[in-house]
Design a protein around this ligand. Sequence first.
Ligand code: ZN
Ligand code: ZN
Length: 177
Amino acid sequence: MRDVSIIPLGAHPRDIRLEDLKAGIERVLPVTASVVMHPLDIDVALDGSRKQYHSTSVLTLLLGRSELSSSRLLGITSFDLFVPVLTFVFGQAQVNNRAAVFSTFRLHNEFYGLPRSGEILAERCLKEALHELGHTYGLRHCLDYPCVMNSSTYVEDIDLKPPDFCLPCRDHLNSVL
Ligand SMILES: [Zn+2]
Ligand SMILES: [Zn+2]
């Protein structure tokens, strides 16, 4: 359960240093992460009318690639993601299973008309990565603590939470990792 593949989906996410994301994940979680530099085509997950990618389909695509054998698959894409009941999602993961994905589309300051910041983008990416990986290790949304497993509806919610797990969530992770 300790190896994580970071997989760019579609075009290589712009402005993101995947090696920094890898280092950030390894700083917080007791896992070995690696960047898989064979961007996976996710065009079949595109909903033409919404001009967004169906995140559940993206998870299925990740799981369908037999060469991706690590215990956790973390897709990262610059395309906007959705599930049918919501306008968009920052990311999606299988609880207690292998696949997770998140999008940088709404993590850029420029999306909100604010000046570009590589630092803020990197911090948001790390939080999203930790949050989605937390789901794959069996964590659900955490309500009562300043914790990266808080659910985020707006980017401000992401900015408010720390890039780390609260003690109960950390205890759970220690028991499974
Ligand atoms: Zn979540
Ligand atoms: Zn927590």
